[in-house]
Design a protein around this ligand. Structure first.
Ligand SMILES: NC(=O)c1ccc[n+]([C@@H]2O[C@H](COP(=O)([O-])OP(=O)(O)OC[C@H]3O[C@@H](n4cnc5c(N)ncnc54)[C@H](OP(=O)(O)O)[C@@H]3O)[C@@H](O)[C@H]2O)c1
Length: 244
């Protein structure tokens, strides 16, 4: 018996049109899961869809900052055995330049979207009791912050706190909730951070990471563990990936 096997499990992945979400979907499908993938960009979402192994997968477009679109997405779902929350933006700014609109933009995507999606899933009984694992992609930066990351890191810290409360509230239903906190990984988000802010700063962070930059597969493998029955006795945790 392979305890990492995801055969028979239906998994929803947000942020599946790019980077970590895309790889989590691909790897989960290789372990036998049936995927529902979501994102905003149809072309890139279809690229992910084309790379999934097996059959029976679905793709659904949704802007998760819009409550009506969350609601439509949840309407179209059958109950799932797991959700990977990879939706996020990296909007960086020195503390003195942070405006109210910046806070809303970051928190709407990196916190509120996942929280409202979850309440919708719970209210409409779309999480399978006694067989469901929720995996939130946070960041190692909640432990080891970097200059300019106040909004991004605060939103992720809030998400981790939310995931732990959720774990307590859902334990009696057999629904687990955990966060994964990766160090910097080679994805389009990292490329745009380097481009828009500072290549030098990203290089410095890379040098600080004991195991160097991660590959999306390094995150996806840990996500598979949390989705699988191998982690059935693990909830309310935060797993750091990539060193301290
Ligand atoms: N890369 C890293 O080094 C790293 C390290 C630690 C944690 N993380 C976290 O891991 C997650 C994924 O990061 P990534 O590197 O894969 O980033 P990415 O390549 O930029 O992907 C971000 C994903 O979020 C989706 N998204 C953004 N706004 C959305 C919205 N309003 N509604 C629905 N979907 C939306 C994007 O969809 P569309 O493109 O279709 O709009 C895209 O699929 C993020 O939460 C990030 O904070 C990343």
């Amino acid at each position: 018996m392979n305890v990492f096997d995801l055969t028979g499990k239906k998994i929803l992945v947000t942020g599946a049109s790019s980077g970590l979400g895309r790889q989590c979907a691909i790897t989960a499908s290789q372990y036998g899961a049936t995927l529902v993938i979501t994102g905003r960009n149809q072309e890139r979402l279809l690229e992910t869809f084309g790379q999934l192994s097996g059959e029976g997968h679905r793709w659904l477009l949704a802007d998760l900052t819009r409550e009506t679109e969350i609601s439509q997405l949840v309407d179209l779902l059958e109950p799932v055995n797991g959700v990977v929350y990879s939706v996020g933006i990296s909007d960086l700014s020195p503390a003195r330049f942070i405006a109210a609109s910046d806070i809303s933009r970051t928190f709407d995507v990196s916190f509120k979207a996942s929280v409202l999606l979850t309440s919708n899933l719970l209210k409409r009984k779309k999480l399978v009791s006694n067989s469901c694992s929720l995996v939130f992609i946070s960041t190692i930066s909640t432990r080891y912050p970097f200059v300019g990351g106040a909004m991004y890191i605060s939103a992720k810290a809030a998400l981790e706190a939310y995931a732990r409360v959720l774990a307590l509230e859902m334990a009696s239903k057999g629904i687990r909730s955990n966060s994964i906190c990766p160090a910097f990984v080679k994805t389009p988000m990292l490329d745009s951070t380097a481009e828009n802010y500072s290549r030098e700063a990203v290089k410095k962070i890379e040098e600080r990471q004991p195991l160097g930059l991660g590959e999306p597969e390094d995150v996806a493998n840990a996500v598979v563990f949390f989705l699988s029955d191998a982690s059935r006795w693990i909830t309310a945790t935060n797993l750091i990936l990539g060193g301290g």
